[in-house]
Design a protein around this ligand. Structure first.
Ligand code: UD1
Ligand code: CA
Length: 451
């Protein structure tokens, strides 16, 4: 049986935020979700997250990804672990992880679980040039770990130690819960430290091992926004490297922000300042030019998106979008469509090879194939109270600056003359023109100018 406890009850005072620390995001996922992802990869049977400060907010965000234990008063990390009473009588190995350590990988956690088969307690350590306020690892002359001393309890010599506690441990579960009761709070912070278990277990003749990693970025704890930014940079780098190794071309991976769960086809090219969030797929050969924001959307093959925002939408193949267009609320765009500059589409379907190249708003509409929109077409879908639908059939031609007052429909191959305000349905093959006749007044122009 493999279990894990995530300690996430602290406030994170140094974040200066109303959000509990573990809900701050690294690579667009909360810290605690990042840890849960790593745990799920290695099939840990039971995970308990210890919550306290902002507990409801944490549980509402993380939902049913794990079990919870409430620590109503934050009396220290050993006290936090004690709250996970669900795990009390289990056999096997239990990981204990600081909730503010979001970059920890599944392979490192797996290594600790394996080490715990041979040991009663394993603690993950690293060496830092500046060991800051981390707990110091004190080793005996033979090189085995003796105890962990919290920074605030260090004497001068201990404070100089560069090997630090990462706050990630693995225990034999029975040992953990038996000896937690031995931890006292007679220290500088009057807290129950989980780190005391090193000394306590050794005093009882149990086996404790400190495993050193040289990947400092992976094990860094997040206590402030500077460390949060560093963790983001590290995680983004790993994600982007993985995408590139799988064949995505990135012009500037340092300025590319893609969620780990996004998928790409072959030969995609991503320009700088592209953000892709949530559940997205980018099809073979598609190119994302600079400054795109794409969320929860599917892009087909060989499409080009230029400086545009696309959310909750499906885009076909060989589509060109942008620059500066906005698709939202469930748009469905068929193949070979051209959506040009400054076009907004909402809850709209565009059929095969339809074109709306300039300055157009189409909302709540069903548009067929090979329809052409001139510049500045507006579907007037909102009467101040309700939204109404516009239907435009295959092959229709909508001239520039046409207003379509919904609900309204335009038939197959029908034409709406430029500048018309369309209030009545237009039948198949007809032309609708609705605008005032033009009167030219000779010499009026000259007279006006000479006034
Ligand atoms: C802890 C370690 C320290 C280690 C460092 C690594 C202890 C006593 N010290 O110090 O040796 O170098 O992590 O980052 O463990 N938490 C609770 N309940 C509590 C207290 C803390 O859930 O009562 C949680 C926090 O939310 C946080 C984690 O435990 O996610 C660590 O707590 P924090 O206060 O950040 O410990 P550090 O002082 O960093
Ligand atoms: Ca910390």
């Amino acid at each position: 049986m493999r279990s894990a406890i995530i300690m996430a009850a602290g406030k994170g005072t140094r974040m200066y935020s109303d959000l509990p620390k573990v809900l701050h995001k690294v690579a667009n996922k909360t810290m605690v979700d990042n840890i849960l992802d790593s745990l799920h990869e290695i099939h840990v049977d039971q995970v308990v997250t210890v919550v306290g400060y902002g507990s409801q907010m944490v549980m509402d965000t993380v939902k049913d990804r794990c079990q919870y234990a409430i620590q109503s008063e934050q009396l220290g990390t050993a006290h936090a672990v004690m709250q996970a009473s669900q795990l009390k009588h289990l056999q096997g190995e239990t990981l204990v992880i600081n909730g503010d350590c979001p970059c920890i990988s599944s392979s490192t956690l797996n290594m600790l679980l394996e080490e715990a088969l041979e040991n009663d307690m394993v603690v993950l350590t690293t060496k830092l040039d500046d060991p800051k306020a981390y707990g110091r690892i004190v080793r005996n002359p033979e090189g085995y770990v003796d105890r962990i001393v919290e920074f605030k309890d260090c004497n001068e010599e201990e404070a100089r130690i560069q090997e630090i506690n990462t706050g990630i441990y693995c225990f034999k579960n029975e040992v953990l819960f038996k000896y937690l009761d031995y931890v006292k709070n007679d220290n500088a912070q009057q807290e129950y430290y989980i780190t005391d278990l090193v000394r306590i277990l050794k005093e009882h003749g149990l086996k404790v091992k400190a495993v050193l990693t040289d990947n400092q970025e992976e094990v860094q704890g997040i206590n402030n926004k500077v460390e949060l930014a560093m963790a983001n940079a590290y995680k983004r780098r790993l994600i982007n490297e993985q995408f590139m190794l799988e064949g995505v071309t990135m012009l500037d991976p340092m300025h590319t922000y893609i969620d780990a769960d996004v998928t790409f086809g072959k030969d995609c090219i991503v320009y700088p300042n592209v953000v892709i969030e949530g559940k997205c797929h980018i099809g073979d050969g598609s190119v994302l030019l600079p400054n795109c924001f794409i969320k929860d959307s599917h892009i087909g093959a060989n499409s080009v998106i230029d400086s545009s925002r696309i959310t909750d939408s499906e885009v076909g193949s060989n589509v060109h979008i942008g620059p500066n267009s906005h698709l939202r609320n469930g748009c469905k765009i068929a193949d070979e469509v051209r959506i040009g500059n400054y076009v907004e589409l909402k809850n709209t379907t565009l059929g095969y090879n339809t074109k709306c190249a300039h300055l157009t708003y189409i909302g709540d509409s069903v548009v067929g194939s090979k329809v052409n929109f001139g510049c500045g077409v507006v579907t007037v879908n909102y009467d101040g109270k309700h939204k109404h639908q516009t239907i435009i059939k295959d092959g229709a031609f909508i001239g520039s600056n046409v207003n379509l007052i919904a609900p309204v429909s335009v038939g197959e191959n029908a034409v709406c003359a430029a500048g018309s305000t369309i209030t009545e349905n237009v039948e198949d093959g007809a032309m609708a023109i609705s605008r005032a006749y033009q009167i030219n007044k000779p010499e009026y122009g000259n007279r006006y100018k000479n006034k």
